[in-house]
Design a protein around this ligand. Structure first.
Ligand SMILES: O=C(CO)[C@H](O)[C@H](O)COP(=O)(O)O
Length: 217
């Protein structure tokens, strides 16, 4: 099956956000990946509700919102109101992850779990059946343009096994350092969704780069 492609808006030109979103509307992108950083969970601050609402005004595709924030449960409803279609919270930031996944679903959004590179996917054993998506970080979160961490391939295999064992419907999303070179092996190992920021937005032709990723095999 062809992968879902979710370009990361973090790497776009914020001074021309409307035209960047329109480019994505006219491309083969499936979702828009939106990174929310609070300067506490990660050592960087990106943007918040007003920018998400602005993106939503122009986006014709689902918004896949990745919360890199502490106490994400405090803001779930507001992110949904601002336009999120999928909301992913970090397992490392969620004391009551099962409850938070139900809270996300109660808003009508899809519920995702994001996992840092150092965190074992086995921690998800008892919640994987409640997740619609697992976002495996293939860089340490906080910044675009970092080098892909090779151990991610092994984690995809372990996660895929867990999903099968627990009869979960969760999609596996890979986020960080994704490019045309590592995409084929990521898909072979079991990835369903590829997030790509700098690889897409630094290309001469971002829409063509998205199309190339979409036809990776
Ligand atoms: O979550 C993120 C950073 O925390 C970004 O989505 C991710 O890094 C994608 O950017 P790039 O493709 O440039 O690595």
């Amino acid at each position: 099956m062809r992968p879902l492609i979710a370009p990361s808006v973090l790497a776009s030109d914020f001074a021309n956000l409307q035209s960047e979103v329109e480019m994505l509307n006219n491309s083969q992108a499936d979702w828009l990946h939106i990174d929310i950083m609070d300067g506490r969970f990660v050592p960087n601050i990106s943007f918040g509700f007003p920018v998400l609402e602005a993106i939503k005004r122009y986006a014709q595709k689902p918004l896949d919102v990745h919360l890199m924030i502490v106490e994400p449960e405090q803001y779930i409803e507001r992110f949904r109101e601002a336009g999120a279609d999928t909301i992913s919270v970090h397992v490392e930031a969620s004391t009551h992850l099962h409850r938070t996944l139900q809270q996300i679903k109660a808003t009508g959004a899809k519920a995702g779990i994001a996992v840092n590179p150092h965190t074992s996917v086995h921690l998800l054993e008892d919640v994987i059946a409640d997740a619609d998506l697992v976002c495996l970080m293939s860089v340490n979160p906080g910044f675009g343009g970092q080098k892909f961490i090779e151990n991610t391939y092994r984690k995809i295999e372990a996660l895929k096994n867990l999903i099968i064992q627990r009869n979960s419907q969760a999609l596996i999303e890979i986020d960080g350092g994704v490019n045309q070179h590592n995409a084929p092996l990521l898909l072979e190992k079991g990835a369903d969704v590829l997030v790509a920021g700098s690889f897409v937005f630094s290309a001469d032709d971002p829409a063509q780069t998205i199309a190339d990723l979409k036809s990776s095999k």
